[in-house]
Design a protein around this ligand. Structure first.
Ligand code: KG4
Ligand code: ZN
Length: 339
């Protein structure tokens, strides 16, 4: 018999998701409805369109989650919802929906930070993370690394100064005419290129900061394309060259931070962590420094609600971020969680 069964809701961007998690880690059901079909023709997420779809789909996913787990509302011990960061309208639909349900069912509600949920995904269906850890979020909206002494306790080590890594994949895929969302399509294209691709020049800051920047890399791809009609093989080579450079940018930072911070674990989350070459590079670096790599399987790297329900269960246990006063916020950093 589980001590807690938490229902989680995710609607911060273009995925609507509802999940049920027992005791903070065991996933009983994870329902995800992608909106790719809606946004494809615009080449990116249209916020108002996303919010409207969330509203339609949330109640349907709640029914599906309960049915697939063989549970009813009476079995739930708490609720959790992503309240920050994200598209404000999209967040509001999830937060309002969850608050309504919390009132109706008289259940406690935890307001979850989406980035922390991405990191927490590494505990789903697995043992707890060993701290201290270095945490890295690589998604469509964020690319940042933190020193973690526990859940809820973050110190920013480096972050992107411009595009997030996923955003760079999406923009490069768009300029190569590959479609949306670009990350997975670009990875697939790169697979048909020769095995060891060349790389574009790497980012270097004068102040020797470990911060990321992907705008130069994006421009390098743009300059290689300008005014030319590319053959299929050339597109594949460019994808491979871009991907190899982006992955190397992560590798050098991970290596530097594992060397200086000396954590027990490297915790990774976010949609870009689905990328095969990135996962391989992280495996190699973690092995070289004898650090435990905690990276979820791809289904829990991409946006989902199991990570929200799992983290929410932990927050409900400790009382952090619990209550009906939770509000949707478009920004929201991990460091602020400590305050
Ligand atoms: O975490 P996520 O689902 O949503 C945000 O919180 O942003 O991440 C979505 C991002 C998109 O930019 C998408 O292109 C990227 O993750 N992505 C990938 C891959 N799969 C998804 N990027 C590179 N390679 C992939 N295989
Ligand atoms: Zn995400």
């Amino acid at each position: 018999m589980a001590e807690s069964i938490v229902m989680g809701f995710e609607s911060s961007c273009d995925e609507t998701a509802v999940a049920l998690v027992a005791d903070g880690r065991l996933v009983l059901s994870s329902q995800v409805a992608s909106q790719n079909d809606l946004h494809q023709r615009y080449g990116g997420v249209v916020p108002e369109v996303a919010s409207r779809r969330h509203l339609e789909v949330l109640p349907i996913l709640v029914g599906q989650a309960l049915r697939s787990a063989g549970l009813g509302f009476k079995d739930l011990t708490g609720l959790a919802v992503t309240s920050e960061p994200g598209l404000i309208g999209a967040l509001l639909t999830g937060v309002s929906f969850a608050k309504g349900l919390a009132l109706r069912l008289a259940l406690p509600l935890a307001a979850v930070n989406h980035l922390e949920a991405h990191l927490y995904a590494s505990e789903l269906d697995r043992e707890p993370v060993e701290f201290p850890a270095v945490g890295m979020v690589v998604s469509g909206g964020h690319t940042e690394m933190h020193a973690m002494s526990g859940w809820g306790n973050y110190r920013l080590l480096c972050a992107t100064r411009d595009d997030a890594m996923g955003e760079a994949f999406d923009k490069v895929a768009k300029l190569l005419g590959l479609g949306y969302p670009g990350g997975p399509i670009l990875e697939q294209q790169a697979r048909s290129a020769p095995a060891s691709p060349e790389r574009f020049p790497m980012t270097r800051f004068k102040d020797r900061s470990l911060d990321f920047s992907f705008s130069g890399l994006k421009t390098a791809v743009l300059n290689s394309v300008k005014g030319r009609v590319l053959r299929e093989a050339e597109v594949a080579s460019l994808c491979a060259k871009f991907q190899a450079t982006a992955v190397e940018e992560v590798r050098v930072r991970v290596r530097g931070l594992l060397m200086s911070v000396k954590p027990k674990s490297l915790v990774v989350g976010g949609g870009v962590a689905c990328n095969g070459p990135l996962r391989q590079a992280l495996l190699e670096e973690a092995a070289a420094f004898k650090v435990v790599l905690r990276i979820p399987p791809p289904v829990y790297c991409a946006d989902n609600a199991a990570m929200v329900a799992g983290l929410g269960a932990r927050m409900l246990e400790t009382g952090r971020g619990v209550g009906l006063s939770a509000s949707a916020r478009p920004s929201g950093s991990l460091e602020a969680l400590r305050l």
